[in-house]
Design a protein around this ligand. Structure first.
Ligand SMILES: Cc1cc2nc3c(=O)[nH]c(=O)nc-3n(C[C@H](O)[C@H](O)[C@H](O)COP(=O)(O)OP(=O)(O)OC[C@H]3O[C@@H](n4cnc5c(N)ncnc54)[C@H](O)[C@@H]3O)c2cc1C
Length: 308
């Protein structure tokens, strides 16, 4: 069996490890714990709504279906309420996305939901050896760690999230990410009435459990300056009952956004034994990216190194 070393134990690395079970000898390396990178600060909504182009919508929809099949304790298919533009409705109808009318005069998207991303990552990585180290170099057939040791590798998988460009550079590959932060605001609201995710252009609200909710602001960093109270004010306009909620936690996460916004997945021409995956919407896509990387990892030419 070949030895596949996965650098980065977020949702993407963990899902890849899961799909490699029994097909390769797998080692995960992460300088933190499993699911403690961007995965720990994710809104984790499962949705393909409004995603362009059509192939990217289909890929996200496929990710949602894969989550529905896995359906572990991390999976919460609660549906989303939204209004949606005419163009988004047309796309959803054309591409077979389930849509119905709710009793609140909004669209209900019953296939949508959210994932407890750290729990998903820990479950996918369960039973896979984890080396708790920082990777500082790659050389043919081995990965170099910050304690001076080396780990033998026939194939290296770079799923290091925001650390992926640095690992790519070690393989002499240029990988560019765009800096993008996002704020999540957790609310205490004992016995809140929210049964679905509620989404508008300005704000998305989802349940965490029976007594807590999570808010995400619009894409882009503009709202960070206004802070959590401004996000709560925006959310109250959409769900007036939130006037009874209190802010209990505020987190800022760094999205993993490839230049152009679309995911980059697979082998890199000219570099042997090396695969990568960087994706925003990584939680939705993790099961399909993990399956794809695992299939490639057992079939590509072995031993890491740049072709001369
Ligand atoms: C605010 C916010 C909201 C989001 N909302 C959604 C959403 O609704 N739906 C959705 O699908 N996605 C969402 N995302 C995106 C999603 O969370 C990410 O795409 C996903 O978590 C990325 O996972 P990953 O495995 O690629 O990276 P990470 O989770 O960051 O994992 C990479 C790991 O690599 C490790 N690492 C890096 N460099 C090294 C090194 N040199 N040596 C050893 N280890 C290293 C890190 O410690 C880290 O644990 C959101 C993100 C944010 C920030």
């Amino acid at each position: 069996m070949r030895r596949v070393v996965i650098i980065g134990a977020g949702v993407l690395g963990a899902a890849t490890a899961h799909h490699l079970a029994g097909r390769a000898e797998v080692v995960l390396i992460d300088e933190r714990g499993v699911g403690e990178g961007t995965t720990a600060c994710s809104f984790s909504r499962l949705s393909a709504w409004g995603k362009r182009p059509d192939w990217y919508f289909r890929l996200n929809h496929q990710g949602m279906r894969a989550h529905a099949e896995l359906a572990g304790a991390w999976y919460h298919p609660c549906g989303t309420l939204l209004t949606g533009s005419a163009a988004d409705r047309e796309q959803a109808a054309r591409l077979g996305y389930a849509v119905s009318w709710s009793d609140q005069d909004a669209l209900l998207l019953p296939e949508e939901g959210w994932v407890d991303a750290p729990l998903f990552a820990r479950s996918m990585a369960s039973g896979v050896p984890l080396l708790n180290h920082r990777v500082i170099g790659l050389r043919p057939g081995a990965v170099e760690l910050d304690d001076g040791t080396e780990v033998a590798a026939d194939v290296v998988v770079n799923t290091a999230g925001n650390g992926a460009p640095e690992i790519a550079a070690m393989a002499r590959h240029e990988l560019e990410l765009v800096a993008s932060q996002g704020m999540l605001v957790e609310l205490d609201f004992p016995a809140h009435p929210l049964r679905h995710i509620v989404h508008t252009d300005d704000i998305t609200v989802r349940p965490v459990d029976a007594d807590r909710l999570l808010l995400r602001g619009p894409h882009g960093d503009a709202h960070l300056a206004d802070g959590a109270p401004e996000l709560l004010r925006l959310a109250e306009k959409v769900v007036p009952a939130l006037a009874a909620a209190e802010i209990s936690d505020v987190r800022i996460g760094s999205r993993v956004v490839p230049r152009g916004g679309l995911p980059s997945i697979g082998a890199v021409p000219g570099i042997r034994g090396y695969l990568h995956a960087v994706a925003h919407s990584g939680v939705i896509l993790a099961p399909v990216i993990g399956a794809r990387l695992a299939a490639l990892a057992v079939e590509i030419p072995c031993e890491v190194g740049v072709h001369e």
